[in-house]
Write a protein that binds this ligand. Structure first.
Ligand code: AMP
Length: 255
């Protein structure tokens, strides 16, 4: 089983000139999934678990922005500087900036190991651009997994979330605490709270989700791709539920 740190996702996080440390296995089937759900439902945690179980690579647009914000070896482009200002306030980064970044990394979508898109698409415009790209490249999505959770539980999850500075593993101060407070179980680095997990930004992010991202549920339902999964319980239970639903769907489709 792999841990989040042994798959560096270099080509996704740093851009197409970087080479990933791990050659993906040619998975059969290669899962190509979009993970949907409000901020805080646990898409990032599920993406890590699904990566371990299905082999597909975790492609998070938020991780690319956060990595750009912490890299000291490069000067940020004006578009990226603006993008990070939007992010800190909990607002969406403009579609054109997000799309340019994703299009540059289209090679990750051709990867034989498949992909788990987390945090993208987040608007109808982004979903339409992705559809066009995947159609042109003849890469069909396997499914769109929509994680469902009540708002009070979402707020609890977001405000208690802590992330490892180094390997990006996700913890929760009460629901999934690390063995030593503030220290990552996997690599021993310090944990931090994301700026946009602070109360002011959480309110903005939930409003933005309702307005811009929730309409994607209908968009993918109409395409017959939507799988809705309750995001209650422990992360492993939610991952079990997801894998069973995907298996069931695959068997039904005779894939
Ligand atoms: P996440 O880690 O997915 O919650 O993303 C963190 C922040 O990055 C979001 O609140 C947005 O500010 C920005 N972001 C990430 N992905 C996107 C996207 N697809 N469209 C617009 N903004 C995004």
């Amino acid at each position: 089983m792999s841990s989040p740190s042994d798959h560096d996702r270099a080509a996704w996080i740093q851009g197409p000139s970087a080479i990933c440390s791990m050659i993906p296995r040619d998975a059969d089937p290669a899962w190509r999934l979009v993970l949907l759900g409000a901020p805080g439902v646990g898409k990032g945690t599920q993406a890590q678990l699904l990566h371990q179980r299905l082999g597909a690579c975790h492609l998070s647009t938020g991780d690319v922005f956060r990595a750009a914000a912490t890299r000291k070896d490069c000067v940020l482009s004006p578009a990226m500087t603006t993008a990070l200002d939007f992010m800190r306030r909990g607002n969406l980064v403009p579609d054109s900036t997000v799309w340019e970044m994703v299009r540059e990394r289209a090679g990750c979508m051709r990867c034989l190991g498949g992909f788990l898109l987390d945090g993208f698409p987040r608007t109808l415009t982004q979903a339409q651009s992705l559809d066009q790209l995947l159609q042109t490249e003849r890469i069909p999505l396997s499914a769109v997994v929509n994680y469902e959770l009540a708002i009070p539980e979402i707020v609890t999850r977001l405000s208690g979330r802590r992330i490892c500075q180094k390997c990006k593993a996700v913890f929760h101060i009460t629901q999934q605490p690390p063995k030593s407070e503030g220290i990552c179980d996997h690599c021993g680095a310090a944990l931090y709270q994301r700026e946009d997990d602070r109360p002011e930004a959480i309110t903005v992010r939930l409003e933005v989700y309702e307005h811009s991202t929730a309409p994607l549920i209908q968009f993918y339902k109409q395409q017959g791709l939507l799988l809705s999964i309750p995001a209650t319980g422990f992360p492993e239970q939610i991952a079990d539920r997801t894998v069973s639903a995907l298996d069931h769907r695959t068997r039904r489709a005779g894939i």
